[in-house]
Design a protein around this ligand. Structure first.
Ligand code: FMN
Length: 148
């Protein structure tokens, strides 16, 4: 059994619904899961005591990538989370109309990797909420479970 944190930033509830579904699926896989809204989190030592951290956020920029308001400060301070040696995977809800479609996914992966985290599977990029593509969410959860 692994201890898994699911940290999300969501403005209209789409990424939050994906995070909630992931919580359900990963807990059903026999792991201890903590769901944490970025609006209630601080970066300092956030990953302490966890084996894996799943991070998800939407993006709200036009030309430049702008991460969701609650998640952005945590992203900026990711180095203080203590991610070295932790398992990490990223997810996001986005809109293909925008240049940086689900831009949080590659941004999280790149930064976490640079801090010594292990990216355990390809990130989840999707439009809408968890019910818009339940198969994609389930498939991502399976990939995460394999990597734990
Ligand atoms: C002004 C504006 C900018 C946006 N920028 C992006 C973007 O850069 N990339 C993207 O994938 N989606 C973008 N979106 C779409 C939202 O991220 C998308 O609706 C997402 O599902 C919201 O997720 P949330 O409810 O978890 O915050 C943008 C939407 C608006 C209105």
């Amino acid at each position: 059994m692994s201890k898994v944190m699911i940290l999300f930033g969501s403005s209209t509830g789409n990424t939050e619904s994906i995070a909630q579904k992931l919580e359900e699926l990963i807990a059903a896989g026999g792991h201890e899961v903590t769901l944490l809204n970025a609006s209630e989190a601080a970066a300092d030592n956030l990953a302490d005591g966890y084996d894996a951290v799943l991070m998800g956020a939407s993006a709200w920029g036009m030309e430049d990538l702008e991460l969701q308001d609650d998640f952005a400060p945590l992203f900026d301070e990711m180095e203080s989370m203590g991610l070295k040696g932790k398992k990490v995977a990223a997810f996001a809800s986005g809109d293909m109309e925008y240049e940086h479609y689900c831009g949080a996914v590659p941004a999280i992966e790149e930064k976490a990797k640079g801090l010594g985290a292990e990216i355990i599977c390809e990130g989840l990029k999707m439009e809408g909420d968890a019910s818009s593509d339940a198969d994609a969410v389930a498939s991502f959860a399976q990939d995460v479970l394999k990597g734990l």
